[in-house]
Ligand binder design. Structure first.
Ligand code: DAH
Length: 348
């Protein structure tokens, strides 16, 4: 066969092949060691120089074309056979779709807000970056109080160059708030009693972490002020709150304690949610769990907010949301909340 004849016949034959084996036979027929095209190429040496060149080019071009055609046909076979395999197995189980969901701290925060709202408390918030004045001074925490130590509080660096003291007045120095209590002052500065509010929010402490301490965590602050609000009202409110939150009967115990912004100051315990007061590992055999600090608002705090302490009285409280969530869900380590470990998060 000469080149022209090969060009006429080969493409049709390749197209007509029904499987890879037939295709291989065609390849051998034209491009194999003893194939037609190979033979044609071999005759080149008998031609004159100029002719050899043009025939050689045509022959090589034809060889490339045929190789492409062969490859293309082979790919068609592969596609046909894989289509055949890709039928749908209607008995195979479906793929499970995983829905995202709320973080346990978000959940408990929402529940707490909902319970306090149902008792008529308004939900407020305040800045996480706070001034020294609101975080400490206005709350009757004196300048030499250990809480102001470098080791308890994250101070923000401002206007400071190397050998220079900060230019700002001391009370305007900024810090990451160590509790939600400063919002008491901020709220009272702009509102008149009577009122009752809660303030959920994120707080920060500069301290070593362990199973019950984190450098950031969540609190809920509470404040109720009128002419007659008393600790008896407080006791009723917290008892109702914990009953609803833990979904069971609880007892409340108030112990004397000290916080600069209340007088008297108290520590609140609830009967253990696991053993109901019999004693277990969660309550360290005492039957009681410490859940919050509280007290009657100190006259100095009212004065800082420009209220006359002779006109008004009220209770305030602050609790750690993380700790409440740990009790409710039986979580042994506060750091789990912030670990980002999905194996933990997915359990709630
Ligand atoms: N701010 C306190 C703390 O972070 C908690 C607290 C105690 C808040 C007594 C109060 C209170 O409002 O009356 O430890």
């Amino acid at each position: 066969m000469n080149l022209e004849e090969i060009k006429q016949c080969a493409p049709g034959e390749i197209k007509a092949c029904k499987d890879a084996k037939a295709l291989e036979a065609i390849r051998v027929k034209y491009l194999g060691r003893k194939g037609e095209l190979t033979a044609a190429l071999r005759t080149l040496k008998d031609l004159s120089q100029p002719k050899r060149r043009s025939v050689g080019q045509r022959a090589n071009k034809l060889k490339n074309e045929l190789e492409l055609l062969l490859e293309g046909r082979l790919r068609e076979f592969a596609r046909e056979s894989s289509q055949y395999k890709e039928t749908i197995d209607i008995t195979a189980p479906g793929k499970r779709v995983r829905l995202g969901h709320l973080h346990p701290l978000t959940k408990i925060g929402r529940e707490a807000k909902q319970i306090f709202s149902s008792m008529g408390f308004a939900v407020m918030d305040g800045p996480e970056i706070e001034t020294e004045y609101y975080n400490f001074d206005a709350l009757n925490i004196p300048p030499n109080h250990p809480a102001r130590d470098l080791w308890d509080t994250f101070w923000l660096r401002q206007n400071e160059t190397k050998n220079q003291r900060p230019k700002t007045k001391n009370t305007e120095r900024l810090l990451l708030r160590t509790h939600t209590s400063p919002v008491q002052i901020r709220y009272m500065e702009t509102h008149e009693p009577p009122f009752q509010i809660i303030v959920p929010g994120r707080v920060f402490r500069y301290e070593a972490t362990d199973a019950s301490h984190e450098i950031n965590f969540y609190q809920i602050e509470g404040l109720m002020v009128s002419k007659t609000v008393s600790l008896a009202n407080f006791k009723y409110v917290v008892e109702s709150f914990f009953k609803q939150l833990f979904n069971r009967a609880v007892n409340i115990r108030l112990r004397p304690s000290y916080f600069p912004f209340v007088e008297p100051g108290i520590e609140v315990d609830v009967s253990c949610t696991r053993c109901s007061g019999w004693g277990c590992s969660i309550c360290k055999q005492t039957g009681w769990l410490e859940v919050m600090g509280a007290g009657m608002v100190h006259p100095h705090v009212f004065e800082a907010a420009h209220y006359n302490p002779r006109d008004w009285q009220g209770f305030a409280f602050g609790m750690g949301l993380d700790r409440i969530a740990m009790l409710k869900y039986n979580i042994p380590d506060i750091r789990l909340f912030y670990s980002g470990d999905l194996r933990f998060i997915r359990q709630f």
